[in-house]
Design a protein around this ligand. Structure first.
Ligand code: FAD
Ligand code: NAP
Length: 345
């Protein structure tokens, strides 16, 4: 056995440092995965004992309801490879355990453009396809080429191109039919050698407003995104959170028109001829939740879409607050809010 294939499986590991909500839950078994060659042995360990797997990246989009009665695989594989290039694009394959924002910085330094609006999103590269991460009008799918993933049932490694991933709004195959079925090993991005800047979101437009369009660079856009995010979003290192707790709901046109009459000022964005996206943060704020605390958990005072866990309480307490908010929004607006983070076990 090569050194890289050796696996170290630990018992009863506290996952509090490994989830950004700082929930104190334990993993019955826990292993850091630093090389793909360790996966067959880890998979076998879980199969022999009939243990469920939890694939963990940066822990910034999970709620651990209670202790995890299985094997947690903490994805820590690193590495970036330039697999192809032409005059207009580069194709960069990145290992799942790389940190997303460090990748954004690496791309900016190398003049590989396309990730600037996705600056400062916490978490790992391997998790980015799971919900097709998005911010300021750009989504992973806009720069995605393909990914490699191991099927946890068969152990086979498959390639998924963009169509196969079935990307949607904060959604993909890996949240639906492929849920918990695949371990994403690497993601290949197709990045541009020429900048194509997108500054349509009002906050971003305003932040770069002083810079004439001809002088605007991807680095300036990334810096503006980082500035806005730092001013609005709690840093999980100070105030534990998982970012937006709910997805923005899509509603039909009829329901939208009805809501607009009852709630003047309703914030909305057209999606297609029949659907409109509502700003979940606006609904929650208008329902009076902004800044509300329930013991150790709270609704963030600057952004009502973010639930925080300053008291480092168990996941159940965060979920109880989320449920209260969900009921309140359903009662007030007839809209069902869908939580964005994944809940385990
Ligand atoms: P984890 O929380 O570790 O895992 C999330 C899910 O992905 C789990 O189901 C897990 O099993 C699965 N998973 C993780 N890695 C793998 C893998 N290698 N193979 C298979 N499955 C895997 N999200 C956005 O889209 N846009 C934002 O702007 C944004 N802003 C945020 C801001 C803050 C302050 C925070 C705390 C979160 C924010 N998020 C945002 C949510 C989160 O950062 C992203 O969803 C991120 O991609 C999660 O990465 P992670 O490595 O932490 O995933
Ligand atoms: P914001 O800019 O205050 O906008 C509020 C909401 O309106 C956002 O949810 C956004 O939808 C929507 N929106 C704004 N301008 C839009 C436009 N021109 N077209 C379509 N939709 C528009 O939002 P924010 O809370 O400060 O977040 C900024 C960006 O970072 C958003 O894209 C948000 O999704 C992302 N973010 C995500 C998380 C997370 O955990 N998922 C956490 C923090 C920030 P979208 O959300 O669909 O973009």
């Amino acid at each position: 056995m090569r050194d890289s294939e050796r696996v170290d499986i630990q018992e009863n590991i506290n996952l509090q440092p490994y989830n950004t909500l700082a929930v104190p839950a334990k993993a019955q078994h826990y292993a850091e995965v630093t090389d793909v060659s360790q996966l067959p042995a880890l998979r076998q360990f879980a199969r022999d004992r009939n243990l469920p797997l939890l694939i963990l990246g940066g822990g910034s989009n999970v709620v651990l309801r209670e202790d995890f009665p299985g094997l947690v695989l903490h994805m820590r594989m690193t590495g970036k490879t330039l697999v192809q290039e032409d005059r207009h694009h580069v194709w960069l394959r990145v290992a799942a355990g790389e940190n997303w924002h460090e990748l954004v910085e690496y791309c900016l330094a190398n003049e590989y453009w396309g990730l600037e609006n996705l600056s400062l999103i916490p978490g790992s590269v391997g998790a980015a396809p799971i919900q097709n991460i998005g911010a300021y009008g750009v989504e992973l799918k806009d720069v995605f080429s393909e990914l490699e993933a191991m099927d946890v049932v068969t152990g086979e490694v498959h390639r998924f191109d963009k169509d196969a991933c079935e990307f949607g709004y904060r959604d993909s195959l890996f949240k639906r039919a492929g849920k918990d079925r695949y371990i994403i090993l690497s993601v290949t991005l197709k990045l541009s050698r020429q900048p194509h800047l997108k500054v349509t979101y009002p906050a971003l437009k305003e932040a770069v407003g002083a810079i004439p369009m001809a002088e605007l660079t991807p680095v300036a856009v990334s810096e503006a995104v980082c500035r806005i995010r730092r001013s609005k979003l709690p840093d999980p290192a100070d105030i534990p959170n998982v970012g937006s707790f709910f997805k923005n709901p899509l509603v039909g046109l009829d329901q939208f028109l009805e809501l607009q009459v009852r709630h003047p000022g309703l914030v909305s964005y057209p999606v297609d001829a029949r659907h409109v996206k509502l700003a979940a943060g606006w609904l929650i704020e208008r329902a009076g939740w902004k800044g509300v605390a329930r013991g150790p958990v709270a609704v963030h005072a600057h952004q009502a879409l973010v639930l925080t866990n300053p008291g480092r309480a168990p996941g159940g307490e965060v979920l109880a607050l989320a449920e209260e908010i969900r009921h309140s929004i359903a009662a007030e607006y007839g809209v069902d809010l869908e939580p964005e983070p994944r809940v385990y076990p």
